[in-house]
Every structure is written in C-alpha cells, then in structure tokens.
Design a protein around this ligand. Structure first.
Ligand code: PMP
Length: 452
C-alpha cells in the first residue's frame, strides 16, 4: 500500500476518479459554458490560473451573497474561499451594495477627489496608526508603488523579501532561494532581466540572515507579510518581529508591511494587534468590500520625505498612478465597508468561528493520528500536511502537495463546501454560521475516513 502524508494513496486516487465523475455528472451547464469559453478565452478561462482549480472544468457561479453562492446548475455552496480574501466579509455586504447603488447614479470616475476619500483616510489613520495614505487599484499596484517610494526616498536600490513570499504581480519579489542562493522564480513568463540584481531573499524567522542581508546599508525596504500566508501559512516565532524591526531601524531600511491577507488578524491588521511599527503599510483585496481597491499608508516622517522627493523631482510621470485609482465608486464602497462591515464586532464573531473550525479540524487529525497540523491567524485557518507547522518558506514549500490538495478540495466541493485553491486555506465571514463550520469539519472527517 502506498502512503503519502499519512493517507492511503491508492484509496485517494480512486476517490479522486469517483469525485471527478460525480462533478462531471452534476454540472451540465458549467460544462457547456466551459466548452463555449474554449472558443474565445485563452485556456477557456478569463484568467489563466482559473484553469488550475481541482475541478475537471470550471465551476461557473450564478450568484453569491454573504457566505454562500449558487452555481449555474443550481447547486448551493458555503464559501470558505471568499474570493481568497476579496470577499472576506461576505459577498455583496448590504452596506457596500447600498453605497454602490447610491454612487451608481453619481459617477464612477473623474480624476478628481470625492468627500469619501477624506473620511476614509481619517479612518485608516485611526485603525493602522499611520497618518498619511494613498490609494491604488490592487494590492499588487500598492506594493509596486510603495517600493518605488521606498527607493526614491532612501536612494537605495535593493529590496529584501522572505523566501516563499507572494505580494502580487510585483516583478521585484519573484526571487526564490535555491540551495540557499537567490534565483529568479522559474515559473515567470517573459522575464528579461535578472531580478536578483536588486532583490535579496532570506528565510522567514532567521534573524542572523536578515541582519547579514541588511548590514551593507543598500536595502531600501524589507517587504513582508507579518505572517506568511501564500505558501501555506508560516507564523512568526515569538520575538521575531521586535528584533526584525530593530534591525531594519539600525541599518536604515524601511519596513513595508503587506497586510493584504493578515488583515484577518483584526481591524488594524497584524500591525495593530501586535504593535508593529512599519514605515509603510499595504492593504488590498477586501478593503472596499470586494470592489477593486487598495490603500497604502506612510509614517509621518516618511510622508514628509515622500512629498519632498516628489517636489524636488522634475515634473512628469512618477511611475505611480493609474487613471482609475481612487475612483468615486471604489471610495464610496470603501467608506461603507470600513464604517459598517469591517467592524470590531464582525472580527469578534469571525475569531470565534475560526477557533471552532481549527479545533474541529484538530480533533479529526488527532483522532485519526494524521501527521497534519492546523495553523491560524485571526479569521484565517489553514491545514498543512506536516505534523509540526513550518518555520520558513523552504519548509512550507516542501510539504505542499497539489495533487492531494486537489483530491481534498474536490471532495469538499462536491459536498457544497468551497475552500481556497492552491493551498488549504479557509476563511469565515460575519455571515458564516457555526452549523456551516461544523459541516465543513464533518466533511473533512468523512474525507479522512475515506482515505485512511
Ligand atoms: N499581497 C499579498 C500578501 C497577497 O496575498 C496578494 C494576492 N494573493 C497580493 C498582495 C496581491 O493582491 P492582488 O492580486 O489583489 O493585487
């Protein structure tokens, strides 16, 4: 009998074949649409990686509301993927829908500011403790712009990242450590210059390596998630961030914290929950309730330096912008979302549910003596195929198993439960119920029983 990550692999493969057949049989309309899409969409999907889900063809959504959605064949799902964070507070939250409806008659984009932006910046300052803010259309853009500011302000060229990170489609960060040496990520398409010339990478939780990378004084910024969330989950070890911040300060490197996923930690992200003091901070995805938008904040000192560096530059393109940035519609949606949806009460409720989910999954894993673990950060929970949580990107990468993920995910999906593709992440939102969490735990238990 072949075993893999503690499960019977022959049983797992047989189960996968049965689940694929079941999916194909139950989804005639999704199948029809996938066939039609193949005529005019590359890979038959609007974005190429939508073809990488566990399903034999794309699952088409008819409508999504709160914690649930319906597919075009009439099946209902509880959504624990939630647009992998874009819909972290539920699909179409009512206050956001109302704000969008109001704004629908008042213009979408004008290249001019609206009143909402003033309120939003004040609220962001209150939440995150950074007093000055700018906007972007996506977290990818916000990270790109923040890096540009950091380089312009410090006059340094290098960016430092943690191995295994993902910060969106930001060229500078596609560097992997291969046998301890930085290398441009081999999956990148159309890459023509060597990214490692200006980007350094060290392992997360490794303070000695961090100091070695900083000490020549050439690094403009350290771009990091407070906890890694894109290679499975890797939590910071106790004392890591206070020491890492201290090193950044000592060597004049700006700390750029990307809270796009770790905003699951609380209304002011991991930064506020754990007292971090970044120079720059990025949040994207759910900040406007799922309407494309991102924000980035500056400390007082950095804001003054940013204004000075821009004023002293020749007039013209700064490399920071995009026409639709801070558009009227996104600003209205963001105001409603921050005021009425991303509230302290919502977080309190989500934390309780995430705890219930993590405990439930752990009970199943322990009962079956599986060498798996459960990691969480606020409203975000992940199960991983190792007995102990990974401590850095390399360890986390070694335990990824996309084949096994596909089998688990498809099994759950055929039972009306969607979790995040490409790893094993689950989000709960203010509309998710305890009974739905229990359903997910029960289906996870059924999966494990079927392959043990
Ligand atoms: N930062 C982090 C931590 C992310 O996980 C992602 C996307 N997964 C991004 C930035 C980029 O977000 P977007 O794709 O919305 O630009």
């Amino acid at each position: 009998m072949a075993t893999r990550h503690g499960i019977n692999w022959d049983k797992a493969l047989a189960l996968y074949a049965a689940e694929r057949d079941a999916f194909i049989g139950r989804m005639p309309r999704s199948r029809e649409l996938s066939a039609a899409a193949a005529n005019h969409l590359l890979f038959g999907v609007p974005l190429h990686w939508m073809d990488d889900w566990s399903t034999p063809f794309s699952l088409y959504v008819a409508a999504a509301q709160g914690a649930r959605f319906r597919d075009v064949d009439g099946h209902d799902y509880v959504d624990f993927c939630l647009g992998d964070t874009g819909a972290m507070f539920g699909h179409s939250p009512k206050p956001v829908a109302a704000a969008i409806a109001r704004q629908a008659e008042r213009g979408y984009t004008a290249m001019l500011p609206s009143e909402d932006g003033v309120w939003v910046a004040e609220e962001l300052a209150r939440r995150f403790g950074l007093p000055y803010w700018q906007f972007a259309l996506s977290a990818s853009d916000a990270n790109r712009f923040a890096i540009r500011w950091a380089r312009a302000i410090t006059g340094r060229s290098k960016v430092l990242i943690f191995n295994g990170c993902y910060h969106g489609t930001v060229d500078d960060v596609f560097v992997d450590l291969v046998d301890g040496r930085p290398q441009t990520r081999d999956s990148l398409l159309g890459q023509v210059y060597d990214i490692t010339q200006h980007t350094r990478s060290v392992e997360f939780n490794d303070l000695a390596a961090l100091e070695a990378a900083l000490q020549d004084g050439e690094v403009a910024c350290l771009l990091a998630e407070p906890a890694m969330t894109n290679i499975g989950m890797v939590l910071p070890q106790p004392g890591f961030w206070p020491a890492a911040q201290e090193l950044c300060k000592r060597y004049g490197t700006l700390l750029l914290i990307d809270e796009t996923h770790t905003i699951s930690s609380g209304p002011g992200g991991y930064t506020r929950a754990h007292g971090l003091e970044p120079d720059l901070l990025v949040v994207g995805k759910p900040v406007a309730g799922g309407v494309p938008c991102a924000v980035y904040g500056f400390s007082v000192e950095l804001a003054r330096q940013a204004e000075a560096v821009k004023r002293s530059a020749p007039p013209g393109h700064s490399g920071i912008g995009t026409t639709l940035t801070a558009n009227l519609l996104a600003m209205a949606a963001m105001r409603a979302n921050l005021a009425e949806v991303m509230t302290d009460d919502a977080y309190r409720y989500m934390f309780g549910l995430a705890e219930r989910l993590a405990e439930g999954l752990r009970r199943v894993i322990d009962a079956q003596r599986l060498p798996w673990c459960v990691t969480g950060i606020g409203a975000r929970t992940e199960f991983q195929f190792a007995a102990a949580p990974p401590r850095n990107g390399s360890e986390a990468e070694r335990i990824l198993d996309s084949e096994l993920e596909h089998i688990v995910h498809l099994f759950l999906l055929n039972r009306g439960l969607l979790i995040t593709p490409f790893h094993n992440m689950m989000l709960v939102c203010p509309d998710t119920t305890p009974a739905e969490v229990d359903r997910l735990v029960a289906a996870f238990a059924a999966f494990v029983a079927a392959v043990r």
